[in-house]
Design a protein around this ligand. Structure first.
Ligand code: URA
Length: 262
């Protein structure tokens, strides 16, 4: 298939992805003559267009459609890493269009952070990139800052480096533990605990918390700092997000393709 043909998408999908309405609403908009493609009124919503080369307007306003979008979110506590949730706000509720623009409907979080975990979350509609980054085969490093309660055993670093057996018998891949602070009494008083950085190469359910549990400790605070080459922009307050730069996207794709070891 030629490149031009590959890039073609259905008009109703493109406009629905952009949040301009449901497919049936878009069909209705087309029927009423509100949509033009390259200056010509298009009454059929199921025609295919090339978003890169065709000019699409709705009510005379030009719409722009990048095939893939990539955002880094500093996930705050209290929201869930899902596209929909009956109880809690989701990370997608935080990705709002500028000046109330509609938000595209095909975005999803690449991976999950627990409701009480903060930090870096990639939000995209690029399923191939997300799958590659999350695949256990690619061993993409994920770095976490954690506050740990309890006494770390003296051989904790070695045990993490060898791979930990979790309570359910699952064996983890080797992980790198760095202790940042000594046992800081003030941090303990603040409910803080020992400050550590843990780098893991997988994304098992509650993995960091379960690894510390396996060595007799609890995690009172957890924040993801990086995933592969993508590092959380510390200027983003919890709940804030920004688009990735082109370089960040290209670097991530390299990690996805090669994987890297900590
Ligand atoms: N490990 C956890 O235990 N929780 C997270 O949210 C991420 C990694």
């Amino acid at each position: 298939m030629g490149k031009a043909a590959e890039n073609r998408v259905r008009l109703d999908k493109m406009l629905a992805d952009l949040g301009l309405g449901t497919r049936s609403q878009i069909k209705d908009m087309a029927r009423r003559g509100r949509i033009q493609v390259n200056g010509v009124t298009e009454k059929k919503a199921d025609v295919k267009v090339n978003p890169e080369t065709d000019q699409v307007t709705v009510d005379n306003a030009l719409v722009s459609y990048a095939r893939f979008e990539y955002y880094m979110l500093n996930k705050p506590q209290g929201v869930v890493s899902a596209t929909e949730d009956p109880v809690h706000d989701t990370v997608l509720d935080l990705i709002r269009g500028k000046a109330g623009e509609p938000v595209r409907k095909d975005l999803f979080p690449a991976g999950r952070l627990d409701i009480d975990t903060e930090g870096l979350l990639l939000i995209t509609n690029d399923g191939e990139l997300a799958h590659g980054l999350l695949s256990p085969r690619h061993h993409v490093d994920k770095r976490y800052f954690a506050r740990v309660e309890g006494e770390l055993p003296p051989d904790a670093k070695k045990r993490f480096a060898d791979g930990i057996t979790l309570a359910d018998g699952t064996r983890t891949m080797p992980a790198r533990l760095e202790v940042l602070s000594g046992d800081n009494p003030q941090s303990r008083e603040e409910g803080g605990g020992l400050e550590v950085i843990l780098t893991i190469r997988e994304g098992k359910f509650h993995q960091v918390k379960r690894m510390f549990e396996a060595v007799g400790c609890g995690v009172s605070f957890l924040k993801r700092l990086s995933m592969g080459s993508l590092v959380l922009d510390e200027s983003l307050e919890p709940g804030a997000y920004r688009a990735l730069t082109e370089e960040e996207v290209e670097e991530l794709k390299k990690w996805r393709d090669t994987g890297r070891r900590s």
